[in-house]
Ligand binder design. Structure first.
Ligand SMILES: C[S@@+](CC[C@H](N)C(=O)[O-])C[C@H]1O[C@@H](n2cnc3c(N)ncnc32)[C@H](O)[C@@H]1O
Length: 370
């Protein structure tokens, strides 16, 4: 037998070879024994084929459309399991030294809900829904991968999408039926360009008397603030929003707050018509996209530019914000607040010996018809 016939290169050659061998066997071994041998040979071939077959390619599904769900009050959302494979985080660096905060970001947010009694609350970044439980308002909550494990009983539109997809939609805040946002919590993707877009987009729908809270503004070390996530506790570089807002929008009141674990930023004096940030977007981005390691300003790491949450909550300015402004609109009722503000030293970036929010109170007072 020629070697070439023993290594057939195509199926026809293989069949011919088998037929030739089969007839030779039949004439020497007989019909029955040849059939048994061929049966065993077929079984062996099938087994071998299964062993050497390449693994099946995973089925590629088309990308899902962002899904918007409006849930009825009282409905509890089924838990979505978190990602199965935990990334291998490395240990974080030692924390900078700062005054230990007495309040957490959720405690601050809970107090703001109490003080402002917001008609509407928007949250970007939901995760397990812990921060949603603090609200009794009409809510919109956005997260592409929420995994809610807290019972919720509220008037909630839960949007499974990224915040960019949400704001690109037609009438994204339709669930609020024309009522502007009184309180917003921005806690989505921890990269500065995302936080900037989240703020810009949110402000367009805010009440001028609304309050925006941004999370993770005071990283505890530079590793925690890296753009490329390496540690379990991760703020990313959203801290860059503090300087960006203070420098680009002097009309805003931008207050870093020393909350556990990674600080918050409270922003007041919102202007839904402002185009300043969108006009400076590219310029801001060029500063934002610096490579790791990040150099976090010492004032943020050591929290010397931050006020304590208790001090901020005790400043008697909150009656000018949130739902209360809907009822309180007269110059007469607002102006006394400016004199009641304590002359507390302001340790912020734009150092000024005035109380937090002083300018905003005056601005609202002046805007009101007499
Ligand atoms: C820190 S968790 C939110 C925690 C929650 N706010 C709380 O305080 O309980 C951040 C969430 O942001 C979500 N997220 C990531 N990228 C996002 C994006 N582009 N838009 C909206 N949410 C995003 C993540 O899926 C994650 O659940």
């Amino acid at each position: 037998m020629r070697r070439a016939r023993c290594t057939p290169s195509n199926p026809t050659e293989l069949t011919t070879l088998r037929t030739t061998v089969g007839s030779a066997l039949r004439s020497t071994l007989g019909k029955e024994r040849t059939r048994a041998i061929r049966k065993r040979e077929r079984r062996f071939r099938r087994k071998l084929a299964r062993k050497i077959a390449p693994p099946k390619a995973a089925k590629v599904l088309p990308p899902e459309e962002p899904q918007v769900e409006i849930l009825a009050p009282g409905l509890q959302v089924a838990e979505i399991p978190p990602e199965s494979a935990a990334p291998p985080w490395q240990p974080s660096d030692p924390s900078a030294v700062f005054v230990s905060p007495r309040m957490s970001r959720h405690q601050l947010l809970g107090e703001l809900h109490q003080l402002l009694a917001p008609r509407t609350y928007l949250e970007i970044g939901v995760n397990d829904g812990a921060s949603l439980t603090l609200s009794g308002s009409t809510l919109i909550a956005i997260d592409p991968k929420f995994a809610i494990s807290h019972p919720l009983s509220c008037d909630l539109a839960l949007v499974q999408a990224t915040s960019d997809e949400f704001f690109a939609g037609d009438d994204p805040c339709a669930h609020f039926e024309g009522v502007p946002i009184d309180l917003a919590f921005i806690d989505g993707m921890h990269l500065s360009e995302f936080a900037l877009r989240d703020f810009m987009n949110t402000e367009r729908y805010m009440s001028p008397a609304g309050v925006v809270v941004l999370d993770d503004m005071l990283p505890r070390n530079s590793l925690e603030a890296s753009r490329d996530r390496l540690t379990l506790d991760w703020t990313g570089d959203v801290y860059k929003m503090v300087a960006a807002l203070q420098d680009t929008r002097p009309d805003l009141v931008v207050i870093p707050v020393n909350t556990a674990p990674t600080g918050t930023l409270v922003v007041l004096g919102l202007d839904p018509a402002s185009k300043t940030l969108s006009g400076s977007y590219e310029e801001l981005l060029s500063g934002f996209l610096s490579a790791d390691p990040q150099s976090v300003p010492a004032g943020l790491l050591q929290r010397t530019v931050a006020v304590s949450a208790e001090d901020l909550l005790n400043v008697p300015l909150w009656a000018c914000f949130g739902r209360s402004t809907v009822q309180r609109r007269s110059h007469e009722r607002l102006s006394p607040l400016s004199t009641r503000c304590p002359a507390k030293p302001w340790s912020g970036r734009r150092a000024r010996p005035a109380c937090v929010g002083f300018d905003v109170i005056i601005r609202f007072a002046e805007k009101e018809p007499s």
